[in-house]
Design a protein around this ligand. Structure first.
Ligand code: FAD
Ligand code: MG
Length: 296
């Protein structure tokens, strides 16, 4: 078989998974579609030693350091099909034939489905965010909005006052009960029931009446989808979370399908660069040990 391992997805989790395999001189192919989840943000925050570094630069350095190992190959492309074959797996790459390996690591990340408010998508990653730990500090304690997408947005609305005075735009997504209203009140959150019409200017939230609130930052919880159907094609099980499905894995990042490992945002709830890198490192070492010791 041509490769020991094919890693699907060559961003933070996939690069980290390939590293221990490269350092064990295993033949690894990384296939990457080039659509990192954070490509809309200029700078990345909170990753120790890389705080404030451009997100693209962190990925580029990781790729450069990985490709210095001569048993690693890189392919720009999209895996569109995967199946089990004898002693391994065969994947199909769009417009580029098949590749085979003994093991697969899925590091495909997720796709954010943003609420359909006009003007919101254009500001995603620059003024509109989902993670306050990544982007809250830089708002300098200015006015913050939370745009509800479901009852789970309560969590964001209660958390965000840590970073600035917070308005919770319900936008018809749900109707808090008395207990929830009391909790919001205790955190000093202003509840806004009027529907949001659009976002204008730098970050002006325009309501249907024309009333406008200028904000420093807006947070929302997009619905998440795993970026690729190949985990499902292979028969992997999933976990349901309030934000969407994740590939079910155990503590060494093995999926429910023997020989298939998964890591990063696609295989855990709550994503960040450091978590994706830690997850990928575990998946890579576990994949290597499954090659040494057989299926584990
Ligand atoms: P991704 O980085 O999303 O990479 C997945 C890769 O797999 C992509 O390159 C994709 O093209 C590829 N892929 C998918 N399907 C296939 C396929 N079928 N075939 C081949 N390749 C495929 N985190 C921080 O720690 N700090 C921050 O400041 C921060 N800011 C963020 C800002 C925004 C706007 C967003 C949306 C997220 C931010 N995050 C931040 C979170 C961070 O982007 C993710 O946690 C991280 O990118 C997850 O890494 P990953 O490798 O799992 O997935
Ligand atoms: Mg960022």
């Amino acid at each position: 078989m041509e490769y020991d391992v094919i890693v699907v997805g060559g961003s933070y989790a996939g690069l980290a998974a390939a590293m221990p395999l490269a350092r064990a001189r295993r033949r690894v192919l990384v296939v990457d579609g080039g659509l990192r989840r954070n490509r809309f943000a200029h700078h990345s925050h909170g990753f120790l030693t890389q705080d404030g570094t451009p997100a693209a630069a962190i990925a580029a350095t990781g790729r450069e350091q990985l490709l210095a190992y001569d048993t690693v190959q890189w392919l720009d492309g999209k895996v569109i099909h995967a199946q089990r074959i004898e002693h391994g797996f065969r994947v199909e790459i769009e417009g580029d034939g098949h590749r085979e390996a003994k093991r697969l690591v899925l590091a495909t990340g997720v796709v954010d489905h943003l609420p359909p408010v006009p003007g919101l998508a254009e500001r995603w990653g620059t003024h509109v965010f989902h993670c306050p730990y990544c982007h809250g500090y830089e708002l300098n304690q200015g006015k913050i909005g939370v745009l509800a997408t479901s009852p789970a947005s309560m969590h964001q609305a209660l958390l965000l006052p840590e970073w600035g005075p917070t308005t919770f735009f319900l936008d018809g997504a749900f109707d808090p009960d008395d207990e929830q209203l009391a909790k919001l009140d205790a955190r000093g959150v202003t509840v806004e029931r009027e529907r949001v019409e659009r976002i204008d200017g730098e970050l002006d939230v325009v309501l249907y009446s024309g009333r406008t609130l200028a904000l420093a930052g807006l947070f929302t919880m997009p619905r998440l989808d795993i970026a690729s159907p190949i985990a499902a094609m292979l028969g992997c099980e999933f976990d349901d979370t309030p934000m969407g499905r994740t590939v079910k894995t155990d503590f060494i990042k093995a999926t429910t399908v023997p020989g298939v490992f998964a890591c990063g945002d696609a295989a855990r709830l709550g994503g960040s660069l450091p978590l994706a890198v830690g997850d990928g490192t575990m998946a890579g070492a576990a994949t290597h040990q499954s090659l040494v010791f057989g299926q584990i």
